[in-house]
Design a protein around this ligand. Structure first.
Ligand code: HEM
Length: 203
């Protein structure tokens, strides 16, 4: 089960790396974000890659929940607790996020581009939910990686002990999540959300 979880986790990590890289471009405005998403969609928006990705997510949730059940009573250290709590959050996030993206695409027939992501993030009171929801997702991703690093790494890098390396990954997660929320909540430019997306914010 652990091996399966690790393999599906690595598959998802490749996509999440590209996906979060894409979200960095929100700082330069919607047009740039869409331009980058259109090139990345060339890689993942096809039946073959999406089937692998969605199967990996389903495997990750299932194996993760089983691991959570066995590990929750034996996790004592900070990083052990971080691993199971971020894993649980990511499992819940994946179910909500993917249901939203797939319903947006197939039921509402919307282009699930940046406007789909930022409509709720920039509208009160929906932002009260979406800001912590996305912040915690990005933080949990880094937190989960930092906990795995803590478990597996036993060598210093550039004079940093494995423990400090894990703290570094976790801290990077906090800054990175803040940066993404900053860009996605329109701190530099105004997103003019097209009216097609009004349905997402009850207009
Ligand atoms: C930072 C805030 C985030 C926003 C605003 C966001 C938004 C989106 C959007 C708009 C899509 C549709 C992409 C497309 O149609 O090409 C999408 C897809 C997806 N996102 Fe996110 N996302 C965020 C964070 C995350 C995180 C942290 C993860 C995982 C840990 C994640 C996992 C996924 C997955 C697996 C897909 C489905 C890809 C597919 O098969 O089309 N997202 N997201």
């Amino acid at each position: 089960m652990k091996k399966l979880h690790f393999i599906s986790g690595l598959t998802i990590t490749v996509f999440v790396g590209l996906h979060l890289f894409n979200h960095c471009f929100s700082i330069l405005g919607a047009a740039k974000h869409i331009e980058v998403m259109n090139s990345l969609r060339g890689i993942y928006r096809n039946i073959f890659v999406e089937s692998i990705l969605l199967s990996a997510v389903a495997t990750q949730i299932y194996s993760g929940l089983l691991l959570f059940k066995t590990k929750r009573h034996t996790s004592n250290t900070f990083f052990e607790k971080l691993q199971i709590s971020t894993g649980l959050y990511l499992a819940i996030f994946f179910v909500i996020h993917l249901s939203a993206v797939l319903s947006g695409r197939f039921i509402l027939t919307l282009d699930t581009n940046i406007y789909f992501g930022v409509a709720g993030l920039n509208t009160f009171p929906f932002n009260l939910f979406f800001i912590p929801y996305y912040f915690l997702a990005v933080f949990s991703f880094f937190g989960h990686v930092s906990a795995i690093h803590h478990q597996r790494m036993n060598k210093p890098i550039l004079g940093l002990s494995p423990h400090k390396q894990s703290i570094f990954i976790l801290t990077t997660g906090v800054f990175f999540a803040t940066f993404l929320i900053y860009g996605l909540t329109n701190r530099f430019q105004s997103f003019q959300i097209p009216s097609d997306y009004n349905i997402l914010i009850g207009k």
